[in-house]
Design a protein around this ligand. Structure first.
Ligand code: SIN
Length: 318
């Protein structure tokens, strides 16, 4: 039977599928449910320096094709997640965990990473530069100079394994610009993509969610083609030592397979985890394994990054 082990920056995982930050990761109870599922590991809710209530409700809606959310980074604060991840680590020292974090003002980043550096945290930090839902704040990773500034500051303070969570890019020039910035830093991984920001879902004659006049991040099946493209192009442009976590549009094992085919080292699941709960990891694992067995692939490296593109045939003008 095919095996799904993978590595991110030298950390070993016994599966390639995990949650995406935002879903089933708010508190100890939710993290424990993911930890004891078939998932490789978990990433926490994005932690800010102080706890946040997030945006007013209704702020999330599931649809047939995916989801819309404008959560606004509700979380229990950095101290809580550092403490909880340390507890999980002590109970299971062999298993690497991810801590997601971000700043809501430029001053925050130095404080956050000074705190993490001074803590016992020994896993991987995912710096979220892509939340579309904090009212009045832009998605940082669309501002390439800001990304460079923040990573210069953060990597000067924190020397542990670090990755960034990116928004989707849609323009090949932007792919090159973000890759040029990221390649300057000793990053362990990127996680691509966060939700597609500022979409609108209407139910009858009313927006599905309340914050930002109904605008929110779109996830689930709607966004799989963007996730595949972002994983594929960033894999081509980033330094090989930067691993990729592909997130976006995973509903079935075939979706996991395709993200790996585009170059993902691990795969994140968010909307479908919200719909199905942590048992989704066992189903996706089974479905991915069945695909690999049917194709004769023994391990992920047999097909990772090996997407084929049809040979282009010239077209004559008629
Ligand atoms: C949110 O809290 O608004 C969702 C998390 C994210 O998009 O980064």
């Amino acid at each position: 039977m095919a095996e799904l082990t993978t590595t991110i920056g030298g950390f070993h995982f016994n599966n390639t599928i995990m949650n995406g930050a935002g879903v089933w990761c708010y508190d100890r109870k939710e993290l424990s449910a993911v930890d004891t599922s078939a998932a490789a590991t978990f990433v926490t809710k994005t932690a800010t320096l102080a706890p946040r209530a997030g945006n007013p409700k209704p702020r999330m809606a599931a649809t047939d094709l995916g989801s819309i959310n404008s959560m606004g980074l509700p979380n229990k604060g950095l101290d809580y997640y550092l403490q909880v991840v340390e507890e999980f680590h002590q109970a299971n020292p062999e298993k690497p965990y991810f801590l997601s974090t971000t700043g809501t003002s430029p001053d925050d980043f130095g404080k956050i990473f000074t705190k993490i550096a001074a803590s016992n945290f020994s896993g991987l930090v995912e710096l979220n530069l892509s939340c579309p839902n904090v009212v009045g704040k832009p998605q940082i990773a669309y501002d390439f100079a800001a990304v460079e500034r923040i990573l210069t500051q953060v990597t000067g303070i924190y020397h542990g394994p670090l990755g960034v969570k990116l928004p989707p890019y849609f323009d090949l020039v932007h792919f090159q610009q973000i890759a040029d910035v990221l390649n300057q830093f000793p990053l362990t991984f990127v996680n691509t993509i966060n939700s597609v920001g500022n979409g609108l879902v209407i139910q009858d004659e009313t927006a599905a969610i309340a914050p930002k006049g109904g605008l929110g991040g779109i996830g689930g099946g709607y966004i799989k083609p963007m996730a595949l493209a972002n994983v594929r192009v960033l894999r081509q442009l980033l330094k090989p030592e930067i691993n990729i976590i592909g997130t976006g549009g995973v509903e079935i094992g075939r979706d996991v397979f395709e993200l790996i085919l585009c170059g993902a080292d691990m795969v994140g699941v968010a909307t479908q985890l919200g719909k199905e709960g942590p048992k989704v990891f066992a189903r996706l694992t089974e479905e991915l394994t069945a695909i690999m067995d049917a194709k004769g692939y023994k391990r992920l490296s047999d097909f990772r990054g090996k997407l084929q593109v049809p040979e282009a045939r010239e077209v004559a003008v008629h």
